[in-house]
Design a protein around this ligand. Structure first.
Ligand code: ADP
Ligand code: ASP
Ligand code: MG
Length: 420
């Protein structure tokens, strides 16, 4: 049995017309002789609408109840797509995450998939059905409904591909593939024919939301190859492979940005063992991810500790740090919610030098001040003022020769470019 997973994002099922189009594509894959498992997001805008309703009731809704609300969007799209398939003579059945079940841990709002029971899916495939599964959701061992974090349908698709040992995992979306930068802010961004899972991991973790980070982690861990394709045009898209290609790599594969981070600095902490663990212990216990960390010991032997967190966890982090300040003897807490991170990614960095210098001089030439820097083997990230993010990304895209020569440059990006 050769199983193909086909995942359609919110825009790709955003209207009845698009659902019909997705159904056509699925039916074509089925008639090509594959067993097809479909994973869907909620119709475009539905998850945001549900969150908006919840926050009108309470600014910080109870995470369990928020998951109950948020998970309903996908239940609608799976039912509609199954109806379309059945109407067109292609037998289909829809399932929520809890019906499969897709079992997760208990962390509401960003649960991790622990296991998937494939019995029901395999039985239906055997009986000739297309199985349509709600992305983004699961159930705990205690029967509580969870969600996997924004963009989590990608993770559902990859987890299913691993569990069912699928031949292919296709992620249909509203762009033609993974590009050298977000085409919404860099009009000259080019499609990448192929990218390593390691690079994709760095791009996703740096803010390129074309694939959810956990989906890429899963793919990397289980060696699942993914293809990101357009649901609107017949293009080959991008292959994300766990194997590296033998071809010579460009210096930089892609540029990502993230405007959803915030920076916290604890100043004047007496330099003693255990300070970092006292600050980050409570943050880890609250399941808050810390991104960059910088620690500096000044001339007076006091430490400044600066770190970044996701903006949605900024206030919570500030409260936790404020609580610990008297215990560690910290003098001051400084924070900034208006920062952005720009990251250059590429396995080519391993064999090319001078990339950091080009990055810093390009930003300096645009008058952009760098607030923090962090590097890994295949990534360099900088924190800058949020208002410079588009200018910085575009300047770097040009400086590293990534622009498509056929696309004219644009001076300003569309208004909603940075809104998610
Ligand atoms: P879906 O609803 O299909 O899951 P998303 O909105 O989550 O789609 O992801 C697709 C979007 O990701 C694109 O519209 C694009 O603006 C954005 N994006 C950011 N970085 C990149 C990149 N490097 N390549 C392609 N798209 C990107
Ligand atoms: N509907 C969810 C979201 O908007 C999950 C997804 O689209 O992948 O985040
Ligand atoms: Mg997505």
């Amino acid at each position: 049995m050769s199983i193909v997973i086909e995942k359609f994002g919110g825009t790709s099922v955003g209207s009845i017309e698009r659902i019909n189009k997705a159904a056509e594509r699925v039916a074509r894959t089925k008639s090509d002789g594959y067993d097809v498992v479909v994973v869907l997001s909620a119709m475009a805008g539905d998850t945001n609408r549900l969150i908006d309703l919840a926050t009108q009731i309470h600014p910080n809704p109870d995470p369990r109840e928020l998951d109950m609300a948020m998970s309903t969007g996908e239940q609608i799209s799976i039912a509609l797509l199954s109806m379309a398939l059945n109407r067109d003579g292609c037998k289909a059945k829809s399932y929520t995450g809890s019906q499969i079940p897709i079992v997760t841990d208990k962390v509401h709002g960003k649960a991790r998939v622990q296991r998937i029971n494939s019995d029901r899916i395999l039985k239906d495939l055997d009986d000739g059905y297309v199985v349509v599964i709600a992305g983004f959701q699961g159930i705990t061992d205690c029967g509580e409904i969870t969600t996997l974090g924004r963009g989590g349908s990608d993770t559902t698709a990859v987890a299913l591909a691993a569990a069912l040992e699928a031949t292919e995992c296709r992620i249909y979306t509203d762009v033609d593939g993974v590009m050298t930068a977000d085409p919404r802010i860099v009009p000259g961004a080019q499609i990448l024919e192929r990218i390593t899972a390691e690079e994709m991991l760095e791009l996703s973790s740096s803010g390129a939301k074309v694939l959810q980070i956990r989906a890429v982690e899963f793919a990397y861990k289980y060696g699942v190859d993914l293809r990101v394709l357009s649901s609107f045009h017949d293009v080959a898209g991008t292959l994300i492979s766990s194997k590296e290609s033998n071809m010579e790599q460009p210096k930089i594969t892609g540029i990502a940005y993230n405007v959803n981070e915030a920076k916290i600095t604890v100043r004047g902490v007496p330099d003693r063992p255990g300070v970092a663990s006292k600050v980050f212990g409570p943050i880890a216990e609250a399941h808050i991810n810390v991104d960059m960390i910088i620690q500096n010991v000044g001339m007076d032997n006091n430490t400044d500790l600066t770190f970044t967190v996701d903006r949605s966890e900024y206030q919570k982090s500030l409260v936790l740090v404020e609580k610990i300040m008297p215990e560690i003897g910290a003098q001051e807490l400084v924070s900034n919610g208006n920062i952005a991170k720009i990251s250059l990614v590429g396995v080519g960095m391993r064999s090319h030098t001078g990339i950091a210098t080009t990055m810093f001089s390009t930003l300096a030439a645009e008058g952009i001040n760098i607030q923090m820097i962090s590097t890994s083997e295949i990534k360099i990230s900088v924190i800058v003022d949020e208002k410079y993010v588009e200018l910085g990304v575009r300047a770097l895209h040009t400086a590293f020769g990534l622009d498509d020569a056929n696309v004219p440059k644009r001076e300003t990006a569309p208004q909603q470019a940075l809104q998610s």
